[in-house]
Design a protein around this ligand. Structure first.
Ligand code: HAM
Length: 421
């Protein structure tokens, strides 16, 4: 039996890669406009980076990492996300010595051992931005604006920005005490994971998918109630900037996100899928992460959006992306000698920047014309014995099926000019 791809991974065939390239080009264009520059980090890192960066009470670290030992006995992990990697690179390459903010973006595969289902894969792709060095709420608003600008440009609709502030360690302490007090009596009824969260990181109780736990949390104190003055002011300003930019959002005091590094702003962007809403983007501020990973105290804010989820949302909404570029010309050879004559011309046209094709299957003339049609070319050039003798090829305009002769002498430039018209 032939080997198939591993569960939860995808092959992208040329029709799909054309769509991906279209989206990637828009993302790169937007990053240029917003001043984010690309960073590429390794696909695997020392396991310790994610334990410290993402957090040891998260599902990602506890259940979903692809961790292995290499031949040198080091524990390595395929990156489940790229914020920790970007922070590591920021520290390692002393980017803090550069003018701040340092605004970076990345695009590439991430790996999580999750149960595959619609929109959820084990190898998936994220586009993400991370901005370091500015604690200003305008930066939070800028990145949310960038994500929404992107979705608008590709025509996605029905999006909802969910916004919260998860505060700083000071607010977290107050909230932790209030939440633990509130839940003390019902502790035995919480699920096993939640009982652990209760001790280690009660804020993440809100992230539990178990309906019984959620019911017990229904009127639990939220972090928004516990924000300190600074965090409250920061959150207010993020909202003011979003209001000024007419980006609508919905405040969700129970939004906590599945990663431990967030401080203050946390957000997700949801899109309506049939019968449900799924997160196509998530992010927030992480003012403690650079220090936690060994750098100086440096604020940071960023997000990542799922590439696969863009395509599934576009499909659900019945939106099509522009088709891949068609070939420009197709050369039809009626015999071997004609093929010899056409081959150098084929190369000359390609050098001149045209997408040109010549039959490589020994097809009949009829089959070659059919292939030209399939490729969607504008012009077909036909050469047989008669054309070789006359030193003229037949030029067929596929737009109106008209045909005329065109002299071999100067033909390369003549066809290039025709296509430029
Ligand atoms: P995240 O919420 O874990 O955040 O992932 C961000 C996005 O990646 C999700 O909203 C979703 O669209 C996509 N995604 C996540 N898991 C999968 C999966 N298994 N299959 C397909 N798509 C998936 C982060 O990763 C943070 N690093 C975001 C961030 C950057 N925060 C600050 N900076």
């Amino acid at each position: 039996m032939a080997t198939t791809r591993p569960k939860g991974t995808n092959d992208l065939l040329p029709e799909e890669t054309a769509k991906w390239q279209y989206i990637e080009n828009i993302l790169r264009q937007i990053c240029g406009e917003y001043g984010f520059r690309e960073i590429r980090t390794p696909l695997f890192e020392h396991t310790e980076l994610f334990l410290r960066g993402v957090g040891d009470t998260t599902d990602i670290v506890n259940k979903e990492m692809y961790t292995f030992e290499d031949k040198g006995g080091r524990s390595l992990t395929l990156r489940p996300e790229a914020t920790a990697s970007t922070v590591r690179a920021y520290i390692e390459h002393k980017l803090e010595a550069q003018p701040q903010p340092v605004k970076l973006f990345y695009l590439g595969p991430m790996f999580r051992y999750e149960r595959p289902q619609k929109g959820r894969f084990r190898q998936f792709h994220q586009f993400g931005v991370e901005a370091f060095g500015s604690a200003d709420p305008v930066m939070d608003a800028e990145i949310i604006g960038l994500a929404m600008d992107f979705y608008e440009r590709i025509g996605l609709t029905g999006l909802e920005v969910r916004l919260n502030s998860v505060g700083c360690p000071r607010c977290r302490k107050t909230h932790k005490a209030a939440l633990q007090k509130h839940l003390e009596a019902v502790l035995p009824s919480l699920c096993k994971d939640c009982r652990e969260r209760y001790e280690k990181n009660p804020l993440r109780l809100f992230d539990c998918k178990n309906p019984e736990c959620q019911a017990l949390l229904a009127d639990a104190p939220t972090i928004l109630d516990a924000l300190c003055d600074d965090c409250r002011a920061h959150f207010g300003q993020v909202r003011d900037y979003l209001d000024a930019a007419e980006i609508s959002y919905y405040i969700d005091p129970k939004l906590v996100r599945g990663l431990d590094y967030y401080t203050e702003t946390a957000f997700e962007i949801l899109v309506s899928e049939i019968g449900a809403k799924s997160a196509i983007c998530g992010g927030g501020r992480y003012n403690g992460l650079v220090k936690e990973l060994g750098g100086h105290e440096t604020p940071g804010v960023g997000f990542a959006l799922g590439m696969e989820r863009i395509f599934s949302a576009l499909e659900t909404q019945g939106k099509t992306l522009p088709a891949a570029g068609a070939a420009d010309i197709y050369l039809v050879a009626l015999d071997e000698a004609s093929r010899h004559l056409l081959f150098p011309l084929l190369l000359a046209w390609r050098k001149a920047g045209l997408a040109a094709e010549l039959d490589q299957m020994g097809r009949s003339m009829k089959a070659q014309m059919k292939q030209a049609n399939r490729l969607g070319v504008r012009y077909v050039l036909i050469c047989g014995e008669e054309e070789r003798q006359k030193q003229k090829l037949i030029l067929r305009d596929m737009a109106d099926a008209s045909q005329r002769e065109i002299a071999l002498d100067g033909i390369v430039q003549a066809v290039v000019s025709l296509l430029q018209k």
